[in-house]
Ligand binder design. Structure first.
Ligand code: GLN
Length: 459
């Protein structure tokens, strides 16, 4: 299929279904898109195309795409048009990915449900009537609905993996500092990473490969050691040894040990954990892998460590939205969750507390990071559910604590700075459930290989 006809197909779907799903906030001019698609097709014919040629891409509304609204799904930045491309966007364009528009999200990426957008709740195409998860709600829903091949999301405490899990798609939070944050409107700068969502592990790996790497404009960014797209060649089960396929050695030959997270300190719906356990069993049987239960001490503190850090960093980051340079004054125009974080962040940072709570949270973050370092000396990856419960029904009122509890399994990877992926583990009552694989810093390759074999097991 040509890029042009694929584009037309995606646009058709968006026109027809987006009024109901509300995943896409803005689309680029159709004529311009078709012209660009034609140029990409020509490059493909001349064998001069980049690695994302033919892929239709949508970008979360907190990432700057020149000429499009970077609204963060907020009233504050409703009319703000990006004046430059974020580094990730520049890289996608260089590799001939076709960016067609921007996606809905929780306001300023604050949320786990997709319900806090100032432009209306996003629906879950894979579980009608339920939340799509958040905060990259529109990105996950767009992939799930077939509006695009790959979408960009951001993950500070789970915002890529959580909606990926609820919408039945794949989502990656890369190792902290492996993808440039230049051009991202931040939620918590010491935790944020941009990453891909798509229907397959391969497409996610392809996008990750295109966007990763050191960027002079993000001083903490570094080059990752490997080409991830190469790492997803399907490892065969040990019984199918083939001379022809030597370098594609089996997983057991690599002597990998799968860690299964000890969840005794955490609350998780039993049916979800059962589904994850079943997957691990299938995986270890088929690939003859060692499985080991692994405990991360005080993992139950991850959520209460994460939120003070995010409150403070978000409060600090939003001081620029004072109504003078960008849009409206945030406190006058935001929703209740954003306001809660601004007020909370300003309280925590009051001079009289001398930074006590923030430093305490930083200490706990370091502790959790150390626990993971220790764990990865014993196991290669750590598997657990992505989200501890099924997505609630849209409109159902849940407490702030319940909302934050969606993040118990996702925040640890952000605190530790490691990489993690969520992919489908199957369904419960027709509702998608994600399985999460965490790997050590810059060990995306291992993580992707395990993800690829789990994907291959089917549902
Ligand atoms: N749910 C978390 C929060 O509300 C995660 C958000 C994110 O990763 N952007 O902060």
């Amino acid at each position: 299929m040509t890029t042009q006809s694929h584009l037309e197909e995606c646009l058709e779907k968006i026109k027809k279904e987006n009024p109901k799903i509300n995943a896409v906030l803005e689309l680029r001019n159709e004529k311009e898109l078709i012209e660009e698609a034609k140029k990409i097709d020509e490059k493909i014919r001349n064998k001069k195309a980049g690695k994302l040629a033919g892929k239709i891409v949508l970008v979360k509304a907190c990432i700057n795409v020149k000429g499009l609204h970077a609204s963060c799904a907020s009233k504050t930045l409703e009319n703000y048009i990006a004046t430059y491309d974020a580094t990730v966007v520049k890289k996608i364009k260089e590799e001939d990915g076709l960016i067609i528009g921007v996606t809905n999200m929780d306001e300023f990426a604050c949320g786990s449900s997709g319900e806090t957008s100032a432009f209306g709740v996003c629906q879950n195409p894979a579980a009608p009537g339920r939340i799509p998860g958040g905060s990259s709600s529109g990105s996950a829903a767009s992939v799930s609905a077939g509006f695009c091949d790959i979408a960009l999301g951001t993950d500070t405490g789970g915002s890529i993996r959580n909606p990926a899990s609820h919408c039945g798609v794949v989502g990656i939070k890369p190792t902290y500092a492996s993808v440039s944050r230049y051009g991202l409107i931040d939620l918590g700068m010491s935790l944020d990473q941009i990453g891909p969502l798509s229907k397959t592990v391969d497409d996610c790996a392809l996008m990750l490969d295109a966007i990763r790497g050191k960027d002079e404009r993000d001083s903490i960014s570094v080059d990752s050691p490997r080409d991830f797209a190469q790492s997803t060649t399907f490892p065969r089960p040990p019984s199918q040894k083939s001379e022809m396929n030597k370098q594609n050695c089996s997983l057991s030959e690599k002597n990998l040990t799968i860690g299964v997270l000890d969840i005794s300190e955490l609350k998780v719906e039993k049916e979800i954990q059962d589904l994850i356990d079943k997957k691990v069993e299938e995986l270890s049987k088929k690939y003859k892998l060692k499985v080991k239960k692994i405990k991360i001490d005080h993992i139950d503190l991850a959520v209460s460590t994460y939120y003070p850090l995010v409150y403070v960093e978000f409060f600090s980051g939003t001081r620029k939205f004072d109504g003078r340079r960008y849009g409206l004054k945030i406190e006058d125009s935001c929703g209740p969750e954003v306001l809660r974080r601004i007020l909370g962040g300003s309280e925590i940072t009051k001079a009289e507390y001398k930074g006590r709570n923030y430093f305490l949270a930083l200490k706990a973050k370091k502790f959790i990071e150390k626990q993971f370092e220790k764990a990865f000396k014993e196991v290669d990856v750590i598997i657990c559910p992505t989200v501890p419960k099924l997505p609630h029904k849209i409109g159902e009122s849940i407490s702030v604590e319940e909302m934050y509890a969606y993040d118990v399994f996702t925040t640890p990877a952000n605190l530790a700075g490691i990489c993690a992926i969520s992919l489908s583990a199957g369904k419960i009552d027709k509702i998608p459930v994600g399985i999460q694989i965490m790997a050590n810093k810059f060990e995306e390759e291992k993580m992707l290989q395990i993800a690829k074999v789990i994907e291959g097991l089917g549902e």
